[in-house]
Design a protein around this ligand. Structure first.
Ligand SMILES: [Zn+2]
Length: 121
């Protein structure tokens, strides 16, 4: 940490920003190391320290690349695919059932006659 440049409060050069300032621009540090520190002396208290990152190395908050979209779609479709009938249920398979609703409850009209409580006039 000793090699970090330390700037006085409000005197940070251009190209540096705190995490909060990056966030305001829709950026995030993106895995980079802290590039510098801001230090603000306070009377009889610990100095206030802020960590600065290089704006040039910052990355967009949500970089959704085509590959990431594809991976996400694949993961979602896998969660929607019923392991019993191999069909896309159109919704995420409930973990409690482990399969799509028609597979979990085949033909409810036959298995539970008259138990629905609905009456047709
Ligand atoms: Zn199914």
């Amino acid at each position: 940490m000793g090699a970090l440049p330390v700037f006085r409060w409000r005197l940070a050069p251009d190209g540096y920003a705190t995490r909060r300032q990056l966030r305001a621009r829709g950026l995030r540090p993106g895995g980079q190391e802290v590039a510098a520190q801001l230090k603000r002396s306070r009377r009889r208290r610990e100095p206030l320290v802020a960590y600065l990152y290089m704006v040039d190395l910052a990355k967009p908050v949500r970089p959704m690349t085509p590959a990431r979209w594809a991976a996400l779609a694949k993961a979602n479709s896998a969660r929607r695919t019923c392991p019993a009938c191999r069909r896309d249920a159109g919704y995420v398979i409930p973990a409690s059932l482990g399969m799509c609703v028609p597979c979990a409850y085949p033909d409810p009209d036959l298995s539970a006659p008259g138990s629905t409580g609905t009456e047709t006039p």
